[in-house]
Design a protein around this ligand. Sequence first.
Ligand code: NAD
Ligand code: UDP
Length: 324
Amino acid sequence: MKVLVTGAAGFLGSHLAERLLNEGCQVVGVDNLYTGTRENISSFASNPNFKFLEADVCDLKADDFDKVEEVYNLACPASPVHYQARPHFTTMTGIKGVMLCLEIAKRDNAKMLHASTSEIYGDPLVHPQKESYWGNVNTIGIRSCYDEGKRIGETLIADYIREFDVDARMTRIFNTYGTRMHPQDGRVVSNFIMQALNDQDITIYGDGSQTRSFQYYSDLIEAFVRFMRLPKEKVRAFFGLPDRPPVPVLNTGNPGEYTIKELAEKTLEKLPNSTSKIVYRPLPGDDPKKRKPDIELAKKLLNWEPTVSLDEGLSKTIEYFKSI
Ligand code: NAD
Ligand code: UDP
């Protein structure tokens, strides 16, 4: 099986590429190393079944590749700090990068799985979020480059499914954390752990009452692979019913919901020798107040649900950050 993984040097992409290589796939990994690192792929870089291409997904040409059977599109900065540092690049990655991946899938008659996000729900007015919810997104705020990039990506995928019969699927990923996150990634789990390990202030933005649902990466990778491997006919028959989205899209996340203050306290409980203190900083614009996935559709279609609790996942992630 020949597989293209974009964003392969990132946190999730490197875990996915490694899993596919362990199953005997030939993997072409593409990454421009904006937030990804060569360190993330170092454990399998010399595997003869792995080829790494340092390139921007917006410059991909189908001619750069031999025919592939599966395309996983993960290339896109995911941390607010990094996507907000380069908003135009982020928006274009959402538009052009997704389109070029779709062109490759179309040319090769390959399956495609796209990493969409819970951010397409914006600051949600419906709780928990089901796939049928259309979201509440600001088109011109500081998060818009990411949110709208992911939303147009979903639209493009729906277009290619309807107009060109491309076998594409999307997962709306809710906050996922774990080993290989960059210590300076800027997202909340890695920030709190790094701050606690270094006896620095734990920076809660706002009053810490906003909620997120945290998924350990291994649960997500399992959902990715299960979704991709389903035959097209089964996927097409599942979606399009009156109570379901018209095209294949699944929430993938852990429904356990925590306030950010609870996360800070949990992190400190796990590092009792830390002298860090919780401090409060201004809440950035458009920061969603509540987020929790409804995963009934993924449970039914994939026979899947998350198995790693926040306690277990946090402990593993802490051990990782201690080791690097
Ligand atoms: P990450 O930043 O570690 O990985 C993203 C990777 O994509 C990096 O290696 C980066 O260098 C690469 N990249 C970015 N733009 C690129 C471009 N234009 N061309 C080539 N490579 C590019 O973040 P992650 O958490 O591993 O996210 C992976 C994917 O999952 C992203 O698409 C992200 O939007 C999506 N996602 C992640 C989460 C999460 O909580 N981790 C939640 C929702 C969606
Ligand atoms: N956050 C925080 N302190 C930090 C980093 C993030 O309080 O050092 C908050 C952030 O404002 C948001 C939540 O934690 O409410 C999750 O932030 P993250 O950047 O991880 O992901 P998001 O879900 O906002 O994209």
